[in-house]
Ligand binder design. Structure first.
Ligand code: SF4
Length: 240
């Protein structure tokens, strides 16, 4: 496990829970709007200032009873070879686990589901399938994402889907296609979702420097998308 950041307390990252958040380094995507360049771009990762697993396990041992859960985010956590064992250790201490993932490693998702280790999955729906390659700089990942979402829908854990509304990459019209895409993966997804989050793009600290000049959509545009999603999903939230 390469851990590039650790937040000891958060009431924002895990819905309705008090949690700590572990940030793993590295990602197989290169979303230009990403705000975590220092743990995603290999040239910026400083392995000298990373956290040891033991530090985190020791900290959590002291927080039993005062924290509900642990969020594991990135970067892309499913790239980490020791992820399953790390999560098992935390789970055995009695904490809930939330995993943020881009869902492209469906084999890892399958293993985690088989071991019943994840209580809450948060998966990014970056854009419509046709634009995923342009947005993420990663081709041939749609089938894997579909498999991951389908497997999770049929499992025990809560599932949140979320989209950052990045000008040029995601439009209000795209949500008609996103709704069709998700329904085609499994028609039960929307009825089983914990929530769908609509998040505004922020131009600060972006992975691609040109995105610092991109102007976010206004609030009314996001409200329009939120209303569209409310027609298919009971719990749609607008964040940021
Ligand atoms: S936004 Fe997420 S999936 Fe995209 S590059 Fe950043 S960490 Fe990776």
């Amino acid at each position: 496990m390469f851990i590039g950041g650790f937040q000891k307390f958060t009431m924002l990252d895990y819905p309705e829970k008090v949690a700590a958040t572990v940030f793993t380094t590295g990602c197989n995507f290169r979303c230009p709007y990403c705000h975590n360049a220092e743990i995603v771009n290999p040239k910026l990762i400083d392995y000298e200032i990373g956290f040891q697993e033991k530090e985190i396990i020791d900290f959590l041992e002291d927080r039993k009873g005062s924290l509900d859960g642990v969020c594991i985010t990135g970067g892309e956590p499913t790239l980490q070879s020791g992820l399953t064992e790390f999560i098992k250790k935390i789970k055995e201490m009695g904490f809930l686990i939330k995993l943020d993932t881009n869902a492209s490693h469906s084999n890892v998702v399958k293993n985690l589901l088989n071991e019943d280790l994840i209580d809450y999955w948060a998966i990014d729906i970056k854009t419509i399938p046709e634009k995923y390659g342009i947005m993420t700089k990663k081709e041939d990942i749609i089938k894997n994402i579909e498999q991951s979402i389908d497997m999770i829908t049929q499992s025990r854990g809560d599932l949140e889907l979320r989209t950052t509304i990045v000008p040029g990459y995601v439009t209000s019209d795209d949500f008609d296609k996103i709704i069709d895409w998700i329904n085609n993966i499994n028609p039960e997804i929307f009825s089983k979702l914990y929530r769908y989050s609509i998040q505004n793009f922020k131009s600060e600290k972006t992975l691609h420097k040109d995105f610092g000049n991109v102007v976010p959509y206004d609030e009314n545009y996001l409200k329009k998308i939120t209303e569209k999603m409310k027609k298919v999903c009971d719990n749609v939230v607008m964040v940021g």
